[in-house]
Design a protein around this ligand. Sequence first.
Ligand code: AMP
Length: 407
Amino acid sequence: MDESETTKPTTTTTAASNPNSRADEPPNAPKPRVALGPGPGPAMSSVSSPLAARAGHELPFVQPSSYLRPSSRSHTIPPVATPMSPIDEEQMQGLQGMRDFLRVRTSYDVLPLSFRLIILDNDLLIKKSLNILIQNGIVSAPLWDSHQSKFAGILTATDYINLIQYYCQFPEHIDNLDKFPLSSLREIEKAIGVLPIETVSVHPSRPLYEACSRMLKTRARRIPLVDIDNETGRETVVSVITQYRILKFIAVNTEQYTSLLKKTVREIGLGTYTDLRTGSMTQSVLDIINMMVTSNISAVPIVDKNNVVLNVFEAIDVIPIIKTGVVEELQINVGEALSKRGEDFGGIFTCQEDDRLDSIFITLRQSRVHRLVVIDDNWHLKGVISLSDILKYVLFYGDDGDYFPSS
Ligand code: AMP
């Protein structure tokens, strides 16, 4: 990533360093050591400090406010709302502005003025569908059930990954490879025990917030916009929008709000930092695919033996490998597989835990980002921030309401 795209935070104010936020804690709670001014340490512990121990007191530090409390409250102190720090307040203002934006804009607004839509019939052979995706330079397509005239889900790279997993588990069916239609994907998912293909959709004129909310609820990374004719009840697939498109739309149109998001990735705990699934350059693609299916993730960071990030294997990297239709290709190692990437590959994006969310939105605005790998100064892997992590934070952080409205 272009390093200039992310700016380091200039201030890191934490609640723990704010004396106001601790005024209502019980007297025996650990108190922060507060530096009262410049000067050598020992002078600070003189009796002139309000936090210094007084003769007869067992506790090392007592705040003046402790004496002012009625004795009946000294054992159970009711929670009192802690005033937000200015940086927290600004962050919430930014999030609120973005949420209001998502409520007044519709999914239709995200669509470009002109676009093409390739819909595949559910009766089409899976093998042919792969060629169509490759020839048209696309990585997914809505499916159509022409018997019932209904939307039947979205075909994505994950479906091919599931198919590969199926053949690993049931090698005796390898000869049927060419005979399976797209409609059999459901049976394949059932057989290998993964979540079924997503059939969730949203009406294009519903608020964009609803499309985001449904995607997060179902863990879908894209959602089709399906219109329904009031008279005939017939469905029409208008287009498909992805988490990537929506975040780009937010980043481009709400700069006045995204610029308020001054808290760092570490402060807001954005992304995943534990149980990270990683691979090595010498591992087989099949191993990585297995990892993606069992952990329901769309990318695996590739690291060396010191946990230094070398690359990221993404679900769509499977497509060029299987296009020949030769299953043995999957035995190749990750290094070879990644060398098959096309020239249009957008690159790997990284950030650090001290990067602020406003700078991540600048990167989202300027580049084709599908996830960020969190690293330290020496490129050691620390975590992964997916677009779904960012979207979830934008929609729901600090919101105790119903996250997932049903309509
Ligand atoms: P994604 O598959 O990118 O939509 O991510 C779904 C969730 O899994 C997000 O909360 C990510 O932070 C998390 N995630 C993504 N990649 C990995 C990985 N390699 N290991 C562990 N968790 C991951």
